[in-house]
Structure formats: C-alpha cells, structure tokens
Design a protein. Structure first.
Ligand SMILES: *Cc1c(COP(=O)(O)O)cnc(C)c1O
Length: 396
C-alpha cells in the first residue's frame, strides 16, 4: 500500500479495478457483489452503458467552459429537477459537502436580505452527518471530527433528534435555519420520526426559519421515492443532493424555492468546476433513468424483497444480528458482533458491505440490483454469519 497518501483512512487492503453492474473486480480478478455502491453513489451500477455513453460522447465535445457562460446541460438538468420537486432553482456543486456549505450560506443570506442579519444560527441534530468542510463539519457537530481544528464556529446549535422540547428550548431570536437528514445515514441508518419532520416544517413556518433537508444519501431514488421527504409529505425550503445524482461522477446540487434563494444574487457564490459539461451529461442521463417509468417501482419491489430476506437472515442468526432497519435500498443491520469484523469477513466471502455508526452494517446496493443478486448477497452474508457463529462456539 502507498505511504504517500494522507493516512486519514483506515483502508481495507483491496483495490477494485473494474466494475460491471452490481459487481466489482479486484486486481487479482476476484469478483465481489457490491452492496455498498461506493456509499450510495453508483446508483445505476458500475459502468452503466447509458452513463458511459453520455460521458464519452460529452468527453469528445467539450469538458469545461466555466460558469461565466451558459451551460446547456445545467439548464436542462435544473429544469428536470425543479419539474420533479418542490424547488424553483438549482446550483450545481462537485460534492455533497459543497452543497451543504451553499445551503447554509443560502439560508443565512435569506435571513440577511429579509432584514434579520441576527438570525445566523443553524440548528442541527445529534447523529447528523453533513460533511467535512468547516461549515458542514460544524453543522455535523461530531466532536471527534472537530477536535484540533480550532475553535468551534459560532452559530451552530445541536439538539437531540426527535426531541421537540429540546428544539424549542434552543430556538431563539438568533436562529435562522434547521438542517436535518430525513433518514440519518452515518448515524447507522437511523429513522427520524415523521411527526418530528412535520413539526419542523410547522415551526419553520411559524417562526420564519429556513428548513434544509440534507438528502445527499437519501435522495435520487435511494429510499424508493425520488426524494425521501416525499414519504412524509413535507417539503423543505432548501435541499442538498449529491452521491446518486452523478452515478459515480462527482456531482452535487442545492435545490431551493425562489423565496429561500432570494439572497443569492450575482457575486454571492461561485464555483469553477460545479456543473461542468461532463457532470451535466452524466446528471441529465441519471435523472432521466430515475424518473423513467418503472424505475422507482423496481427499487420498491426489490427493496421489499431484500427487507423480507434480511428479516429471515436476522431471525436465523440471533447471536450475530439484532435487527433490520431503513427504507428502500438504504438499509441498516444492527449487529450484536462488532460490525467491522462482519464487514471484513463478508468481503473475504465476496460481498462488499459498509460500516455506519451504532454498530450497524449498512447496505446501499445499486438501485438496479436484481432479486437474484439480492439472493446471492443474502447467501454470502448467511455464510459469513455461520462462520462467525462456529468461531464463537469454538472459542467457548
Ligand atoms: C456523504 C454525505 C455528505 C457529504 O458529501 P461529500 O460528497 O462526501 O462531500 C453530506 N451529507 C450526507 C447526508 C451524506 O451522506
């Protein structure tokens, strides 16, 4: 392994060099079923022919022009996104963190141009993950991610999720916006109560606060709806999107109502790469696929099957698994054994699964996964669980 990289990741000693559909291939040719999809990114599987065609066609035309000029791909993709959501306007970024950063800036500018420059406080919730730049990591509020990076930024308040009393106690004359993931990913696929999300909408309306949903992980079909908030019937004022929207090409977006974005006038924000023609070629194709008839039906059908199968897996190995949770193809297996051990052994058996907080194994397969592939994945996890059980017995 190279020692010329920042050692910020404890990397597994495997290098994938090729992918096709739901499968990855390592340097030595070993095939793995991919139930992680690059952390909810490869939503259409690896080397999806439509995405490959869109990207290579664009690569032969024009890579980059800068946002000093019109970019037709941005015009078409923003129209598709606003037609299909609550939003009126879109800004394209290169990553999720950048989208969060802009969402926070947009919310503060909204309060500023509305005559409330004092309302710069952002409220976020325990267990949140919003990214690693200064604004995003302060919204994340995880002390482990903040230690050693200087004083915590002013203007970020954190309250326990699902706790309205705590929220009401924190909201004051300086509060400007709330940010939350409708289903928390990094926290261990932790569901937020629908009543709580509806209450957030009510509170924001009453007090003139901006509601931001971070749908970077939950969006673009992951939970079986285009965006997860559609399940609960409340819409945010601003939403962050990334991961699945680029299918593996770096792409993020901020979606907002015209009202919430009214402070973002010329010169208030910018990006060199965001929304460049390569990203737009892929993003346009990706959104066409998600919104095509039958796509989300497939996600819901295969997800129901997977939840059912995982239920049996968990019931059959009560010493290994505690429970299944999540929605659609965003699934958590709460473990009774250390999740890291299960993940390493599962990989040795040929299936890639992901870690998350709360000792959860996270499953975020390509949305294009088939029932046969799900069956194969369950069998490989079953084998892994059995091996860990016999190991436990031998140790007793
Ligand atoms: C991954 C993620 C981010 C950060 O996105 P990056 O592309 O890694 O910058 C922010 N919020 C949520 C909910 C995420 O899952």
């Amino acid at each position: 392994m190279s020692s010329h990289l920042f050692p910020t990741y404890n990397r597994a000693d495997v290098a994938f060099v090729r992918g096709e559909g739901s499968y990855l291939y390592a340097e030595d040719g070993t095939r793995y079923l991919d139930l992680g999809a690059g952390i909810a990114v490869n939503a259409f599987g690896h080397a999806n022919p439509r995405l490959v065609a869109a990207l290579t066609a664009q690569a032969q035309q024009l890579w980059h022009v800068s946002n000093l000029y019109r970019v037709p791909g941005q015009e078409s993709l923003s129209r598709k996104l606003t037609d299909a959501t609550f939003a009126d306007v879109v800004f394209f970024t290169n990553s999720g963190t950048e989208a969060v950063e802009l969402a926070l800036k947009t919310a503060r500018r909204y309060q500023f141009v509305s005559g409330h420059p004092e309302r710069f406080h952002i409220v976020s919730f325990t267990g949140a993950f919003h990214g690693r730049s200064y604004g995003a990591v302060n919204a994340t509020g995880n002390d482990k991610y903040l230690e050693g990076f200087g004083p915590k930024m002013e203007g970020f308040d954190h309250v326990p999720v699902d706790d309205l009393d705590a929220l009401n106690a924190v909201i004051g004359p300086q509060t400007g916006a709330l940010i939350i993931e409708p289903l928390q990913g990094e926290a261990g696929v932790h569901a937020v109560k629908p009543e709580f999300l509806r209450a957030l909408r009510r509170i924001c309306d009453e007090k003139g606060l901006v509601l931001i949903f971070d749908e970077i992980q939950t969006g673009v079909g992951r939970t079986g709806k285009f965006f997860a908030h559609e399940w609960i019937g409340v819409t945010p004022d601003i939403m962050t999107v990334a991961k699945g929207i680029g299918g593996g090409f770096p792409l993020g977006a901020v979606l907002a109502t015209a009202e919430a974005a009214k402070g973002m006038t010329p010169g208030t924000h910018g990006t060199t790469y965001g929304g460049n023609p390569l990203a737009m070629a892929v993003g346009n194709e990706a959104i066409d696929m998600v919104l095509s008839p039958g796509f989300l039906e497939h996600v819901n059908k295969v997800a129901n099957y997977m939840h059912q199968q995982l239920g049996s897996l968990v019931a059959g190995h009560p010493g290994i698994f505690d429970s299944v949770r999540g929605q659609g193809l965003m699934i958590g297996l709460k473990m009774k054994v250390p999740s890291g051990e299960f993940i390493a052994k599962a990989r040795a058996n040929g299936v890639v699964v992901l870690p998350a907080g709360d000792n959860v194994v996270r499953l975020l397969p390509p949305l294009t996964i088939t029932e046969d592939e799900v069956r194969e994945g369950i069998a490989l996890m079953e084998m892994t669980a059995s091996q860990m059980e016999s190991h436990k017995e031998a140790a007793q």
